[in-house]
Design a protein around this ligand. Sequence first.
Ligand SMILES: [Cu+2]
Length: 289
Amino acid sequence: MTMSMGQMGRRLLGLTVAGVALVVSGAASAELGQPAPWEYKLQEAATPVMENITSFHNLLVILITVITLFVLALLVTVMVKFNARANPVPSRTTHNTLIEVAWTIIPVLILFSIVIPSFKLLFLELDVPKADVTIKAVGKQWYWSYAYPDNGKFEFDSLLACDETRQKCEPPRLLSVDNEMVVPVDKVIRVQTTGADVIHSFAVPAFGIKIDAVPGRLNETWFKATKTGMFYGQCSELCGKDHAYMPIAVRVVNDQEFAQWVEASKKKYASAPQNTFAAAEGAKGAEAQ
Ligand SMILES: [Cu+2]
């Protein structure tokens, strides 16, 4: 197959345009709170923490791009100007104080421009504000249980909404569950995680949270959703054969809807026999008596 340079150029250009069009159309169809085909960016932020993560990420991408282009330009200059043919008699220069000071100070300044937003973000993530609602998320092989200790102490299981073959699923496929975790909008939600059997990880990309659920240990994180709607995540620590089938679905609703849901859930999950937290707390209560 012979192809002229012109033909090849045009073909390459065509491919690039098609690729860009695909990526743009894919990104445009992205729905809040869930992944989209051809998505190459972070999911749209629904909490202040995630907004922070996104802007930090963007800052880093700009920095890396500029640094990479600069180094590439230096390499190209060296290759073109200082090869043996173009520059047969090399200079014997060994020191240049100005350049040496510059290549020490400038990287330090660049690192400072990274470390300041980085530490700000770390503190924002780790410093849990006063919580309006506390939820215990227990990772189990292979589903999640949610307990609302301050809202009536009910607990329920949240399982993948698919048939046994996992061929017929509720949309979004492999992300929707039978019982969603429900939280009020614009409120600080503290999530405490633990594992009932092995290590799992509770993660919701649009909220910017990912925290391990470790047996025998209580981890905590927080989020404050600023948008209502459905938000999906997945267990993010390889936990066994059905690791891919224990999604996290969070419904963010207004205060009134949340209060109604709490009342309904208290009745609906009143006789939850499977629940480990209530059982453990019940046992503790019995010991105390
Ligand atoms: Cu898991």
